[in-house]
Design a protein around this ligand. Structure first.
Ligand code: 5GP
Length: 207
């Protein structure tokens, strides 16, 4: 999820924006994974501001409730569990996973369309989903964003005050599993200094 996504190019089911094709020859799928609170959203938002005509950001579906300021169809499609499960069972997701008690998934249709049009599509998803994409879409580039330490991650999660203590504990538990799996990814970027992490992300994606 990237806040303020309305200001940038985005895709959604049956509704995607096309990019100037002279700039893009080949479609590409990039998976960005990293623990909740690591700063993926900020990094990707900055990247999308820098390359508004080159990158498309997939809008996921989730059963979690919207946070203050989040809008259906912008940060996420907020579907209830039965709607999500019905779409999942009819094969509408490229990947899906349960995370901290909620379901999250990437609607498949918009991804296929965008890549066929030669666009660079970014998925910001957790570990289980990234593993599924590695199986179903082996050419996807997989990038892991790691925190400088678990202590820094915990204070970032607590400082942003978007989640309950129970949610923070679940997210920290998941974070340990994710950090332990960083070696499954093509590249790991440590988000200590935002500008440095951004440069590393850019070179990983475009070089
Ligand atoms: P949040 O609730 O903080 O927005 O997201 C929680 C976690 O779910 C984050 O690690 C985020 O990357 C992940 N996530 C968001 N969308 C998807 C998705 O479509 N699929 C999967 N597998 N994870 C997702």
């Amino acid at each position: 999820m990237v806040n303020g996504q309305s200001a940038i190019n985005s895709i959604s089911i049956g509704n995607y924006e096309t990019l100037s094709q002279d700039k893009l020859s080949e479609g590409k799928l990039i998976v960005v994974t990293g623990p909740s609170g690591v700063g993926k959203g900020t990094l990707l938002h900055r990247l999308l501001e820098r390359y508004p005509d080159r990158i498309l950001f997939s809008i996921s579906a989730t059963t979690r409730s919207p946070r203050t300021g989040e809008e259906h169809g912008r940060e996420y499609f907020f579907w209830d569990r039965s709607e999500f499960e019905q779409k999942r069972d009819s094969g509408e997701f490229l990947e899906w996973a349960e995370y901290a008690g909620n379901l999250y998934g990437t609607p498949r249709q918009a991804i296929d369309q965008a890549i066929a049009l030669g666009q660079i599509v970014l998925l910001e998803i957790e570990l289980e989903g990234a593993r599924q994409v590695a199986q179903s879409f082996p050419s996807a580039q997989r990038i892991f964003i790691a925190p400088p330490s678990m202590e820094v991650l915990e204070s970032r999660l607590r400082d942003r005050s978007t989640d309950s203590n129970e949610q923070i504990i679940k997210r920290l538990h998941h974070a340990k599993l994710e950090v332990a799996a960083a070696n499954e990814f093509d590249i790991t970027i440590i988000n200590d200094d935002l500008e440095i992490a951004l440069q590393q992300l850019e070179s990983a994606m475009f070089d």
